[in-house]
Ligand binder design. Structure first.
Ligand SMILES: Cc1cc2nc3c(=O)[nH]c(=O)nc-3n(C[C@H](O)[C@H](O)[C@H](O)COP(=O)(O)OP(=O)(O)OC[C@H]3O[C@@H](n4cnc5c(N)ncnc54)[C@H](O)[C@@H]3O)c2cc1C
Length: 282
């Protein structure tokens, strides 16, 4: 393994290095996905461009939305005071990414750009209708996260674009989110299935599922039935979601078991959201 390490002092300088070296360069955030891929010889970039120290690690808010900088770590998400109530699913997802050392360095942007179908934070962000902000040689653009994700390991990002932030609207007071993860053990485990749900008391529902297809997916048909039927439709939403997934058989779980998990976890995540809205649980 041999590469040149670049430590640019501004976002523009980082983009310039990426433009100069094209496909042979990669941006480096926490490195917890990238360095493993290099070590396993899946990729062999000749240039690594550090995104540290460029001011991309803040979590902020405007009047109507939250803005999470791409370099914010999972630990920062877990500890953020604004993410303990309606947005609790964010902390529930970031809290189960790897172990303490991983969460201390691994970033939100890396979790998104790596585009693993099992990325834990991504389903939560999909249920929040999040958008991603990309900055590259051609300027800045914003894309819905749902459009940004293409399939396992592939996004709409151009090689010289830095994901600078992820944005989503502040949720109403009468709303709740929930995140559930199933794995073979409780800690340091990539999801066998993960599910996020977001309910608003006016009926709006969002459901997203990870590790059950070639990318993390929302399930509009299941959302629609919850929007019509409320709590009585939660179990049916789970069954619809399970039918729409295309999970794989692998050493960690069979496709059949994954489908059973999707059905049960969607119903449970929706139930947790409803209980949170009604004040029956925190
Ligand atoms: C032991 C271990 C356990 C793990 N457990 C989990 C888990 O339970 N759940 C889970 O979801 N993940 C897990 N991961 C994966 C990983 O920690 C997360 O996906 C993490 O969020 C990746 O962030 P990073 O900053 O380390 O990304 P990096 O490895 O630095 O980058 C990942 C990819 O994204 C690109 N990239 C990163 N940031 C940007 C940016 N801002 N703009 C453009 N491109 C960018 C990089 O070039 C690279 O291709 C685990 C990893 C390890 C090593």
């Amino acid at each position: 393994m041999s590469f040149a390490f670049h430590r640019p002092d501004s976002i523009d300088a980082a983009i310039a290095v990426a433009r100069e070296h094209g496909a042979s360069a990669r941006f480096l955030a926490g490195g917890t996905d990238l360095i493993i891929q290099i070590n396993r010889r899946r990729i062999a970039p000749e240039h690594l461009i550090s995104l540290a120290g460029l001011g991309l690690d803040t979590i902020g808010e405007t009047g109507s939305e939250f803005v999470i900088g791409a370099m914010a770590t999972h630990d920062a998400v877990v500890g953020h005071p604004a993410f303990q109530k309606q947005l609790k699913a964010l902390t529930e997802a970031s809290a189960v990414v790897g172990g303490r050392q991983v969460r201390n360095i691994a970033t939100v942007g890396g979790n998104i750009v790596n585009a693993s179908p099992a990325a834990d934070l991504v389903p939560v962000l999909l249920t929040l209708d999040a958008t991603v902000e990309l900055r590259g040689g051609a300027g800045t653009r914003t894309l819905p996260l749902d459009r940004f994700l293409v399939e396992r390991g592939r996004t709409e990002r151009r090689p010289d674009e830095i994901l600078t932030a992820v944005r989503f609207d502040k949720p109403p007071a009468d709303s709740a989110t929930a995140f559930l993860k199933a794995g073979r053990r409780k800690a340091m485990e990539i999801s066998v299935i993960c599910v996020a749900a977001h309910l608003v008391s006016d009926g709006k529902a969002r459901i997203a599922i990870g590790a059950a297809a070639s990318r993390t997916l929302r399930v509009p048909a299941a959302e629609a039935i919850v929007e019509k039927g409320g709590r009585a439709a939660f179990a049916e939403a789970g069954r619809i979601a399970a039918r729409q997934m295309s999970p794989i058989d692998d050493v960690r779980a069979s496709a059949r078991y994954r489908r059973l998990l999707v059905a049960a976890m969607v119903e449970r995540a929706l139930g947790i959201c409803a209980d949170r809205i009604e004040g029956k649980s925190t």
